[in-house]
Design a protein around this ligand. Structure first.
Ligand SMILES: Cc1cc2nc3c(=O)[nH]c(=O)nc-3n(C[C@H](O)[C@H](O)[C@H](O)COP(=O)(O)OP(=O)(O)OC[C@H]3O[C@@H](n4cnc5c(N)ncnc54)[C@H](O)[C@@H]3O)c2cc1C
Length: 492
């Protein structure tokens, strides 16, 4: 091992960049994180307006042990930095026919609720969740927690079990097909099809392997951090600083300098800074196209179809609705058409499924008394130059009409303040290619193998983490990418 590989630059202070910095500091590296924005956390940030606080990006927190692991690794007491609780109710689902399903965290209670509100049997739901757990146990180690690009991964007993079990995982069926065959009630199929959106995919295209996702929410649980989702990135930011990581904000990296097939350092504001090791948390498309312009581009990997994006209205609402929980879904009548509009027609459907996240249900200080903070989101196509002004205006109208109809109240008159995030601003604020929320989509069965590896096979000492590379987007997988990088990098 070379003894000069002790300084490391991380490009980007998204959740994966911060986690990678913590892991490398624990391996003895002197780590500097360069962040383009004047804040850390990337998509995991917050908005404060007129007495309301909103989590700006992620709202659903699963697999908290990935966060806790970083405090334990650093020899710190998690509770001093970060606290969370399990939610009793995962989500409230509203359908246009008036059905309301409360998805309780307690599996038995949830299955009973579904059986009561639909034509489905309790046992079918419980069996589906059991199968989801088994599929997860077979696949997680191979697809989520290891590098798919190192021979060693394929030589473990666990991985071998996963590979042998592949035919039973539904790789040859779509999620919707498998769910239609399992459930007789369309409302239940729609409920479980929704899990494809957890990584920005289309249930009518994505393989049924993604039916492992309900396991995370229904068998393990959905959690709520004290202080909101923003506290995930901020507690890790504090931890990183406490163990000696240096953060340089307002400092977009302009180039990764490479010499004789090995990284030499980075250029920031025209200045060269030498580093022996570099981890890019910038979207991999931008990393190659903007920071590695002179290098050979892995065109096939960079051109893979991207996940969906989103349009969010952050609304301060002058009322509290008893029927709403922390997570709420108002389903579209025609889910198939909705996804055709997002992925094929690249536009917003006239009756989009609306998701409302209300953290003030859990953290009352997030809204003034008697009010709630609505994070009102619909899935949208990624940004390919649509007329967004027009689409946003129309979507705002159809969302307000839908919610007013389904909540039997004039929602427009309750809006006290508003902020908007949309595909173009998601792209410009975090450099996400096309404003995609989760990097590549998983709309084909080979998608897992078509994400960029967590290391460069051409440039020595260059590594990648974050939602645009293996194993994919979402907080748990971003944290997993940082862990894989930590495992690949030699001790300093
Ligand atoms: C609206 C929305 C809702 C979501 N909902 C959920 C959810 O409920 N649950 C969930 O798990 N996930 C959700 N996600 C996805 C999740 O937010 C992301 O997968 C994750 O936060 C991505 O983290 P990251 O580390 O890859 O990078 P990012 O958060 O994208 O951060 C990358 C950072 O790199 C910086 N950067 C880029 N280029 C440079 C450069 N050249 N120099 C220096 N810095 C640079 C950027 O400024 C940014 O801070 C959601 C995302 C959005 C936008």
């Amino acid at each position: 091992m070379e003894n000069n590989t002790s300084t490391c630059a991380v490009i980007g202070a998204g959740i994966a960049g911060i986690a990678a910095a913590i892991r490398l500091a624990n391996k003895g590296y002197k780590v500097t994180v360069f962040e383009a924005n004047n804040y850390t956390g990337g998509k995991l940030t917050q908005i404060e307006k007129s007495g309301f606080r909103f989590d700006a990006g992620p709202s659903l927190f699963t697999m908290p042990h990935f966060v806790e692991e970083l405090f334990q690794l650093s020899g710190k007491d998690t509770k001093q930095y970060f606290q969370y609780e399990k939610l009793d109710t995962v989500c409230h689902y509203f359908y246009e026919d008036g059905t309301v399903i409360r998805a309780y965290a307690d599996k038995e209670k949830f299955a009973e609720e579904v059986a009561q509100k639909t034509t489905e049997n309790k046992e079918t739901i419980l069996h589906f969740l059991e199968k989801s757990a088994k599929k997860y146990a077979l696949t997680a180690n191979l697809f989520l927690f290891s590098s798919l690009h190192k021979m060693g991964t394929y030589l473990t007993k666990e991985t071998l079990k996963g590979v042998l079990g592949l035919p039973t995982l539904g790789v040859f069926k779509t999620m919707n097909r498998a769910n239609e065959q399992t459930f007789k009630d369309e409302r239940v199929t729609q409920l479980f099809n929704r899990f494809a959106t957890y990584n920005g995919s289309n249930p009518y295209e994505t393989p049924a392997t993604l039916n492992i996702i309900p396991h995370l929410e229904h068998n393990i649980g959905a959690f709520m951090p004290k202080g909101g989702m923003h506290s995930i990135s901020q507690s890790l930011y504090k931890l990183a600083q406490d163990i000696g990581v240096r953060f340089v904000l307002n400092s977009p990296v302009e180039e990764i300098v490479v010499e004789k097939g090995k990284v030499k350092g980075v250029k920031v504001k025209g200045e060269f800074y030498p580093f022996q090791l570099i981890v890019s948390n910038m979207d991999v498309v931008g990393t190659y196209k903007r920071l590695l312009k002179q290098q050979k581009q892995p065109k096939k990997l960079l051109n893979q179809p991207k996940s969906s994006s989103a349009l969010i209205f952050y609304w301060g609402i002058r009322k509290q609705f008893d029927q709403l929980a922390t997570h709420n879904i108002f389903f579209s009548k025609d889910y198939k058409s909705e996804f055709e509009h997002i992925f094929q027609k690249k536009t917003i459907y006239e009756d989009p499924t609306v998701y409302i996240n209300i953290t003030s249900r859990y953290c009352p200080e997030d809204a003034p008394a008697g009010c709630d903070n609505w994070f009102t989101m619909i899935n949208t196509p990624n940004n390919v130059g649509q007329n967004w002004e027009q689409l946003i205006e129309r979507a705002r109208q159809s969302i307000i009409e839908k919610l007013s109809r389904m909540l039997n109240t004039d929602v427009a008159s309750l809006i006290a303040c508003e902020e908007i995030l949309e595909p173009r601003t998601i792209e410009s604020r975090t450099s996400s290619s096309l404003g995609a929320l989760y990097g590549n989509s998983s709309n084909n069965r080979y998608a897992a193998f078509l994400r960029h590896a967590n290391f460069s096979s051409k440039i020595k000492n260059l590594y990648f983490c974050g939602g645009s590379v293996h194993p994919g987007g979402g907080i748990p997988l971003c944290l997993s990418s940082a862990k894989i990088v930590g495992d690949l990098v030699p001790t300093a």
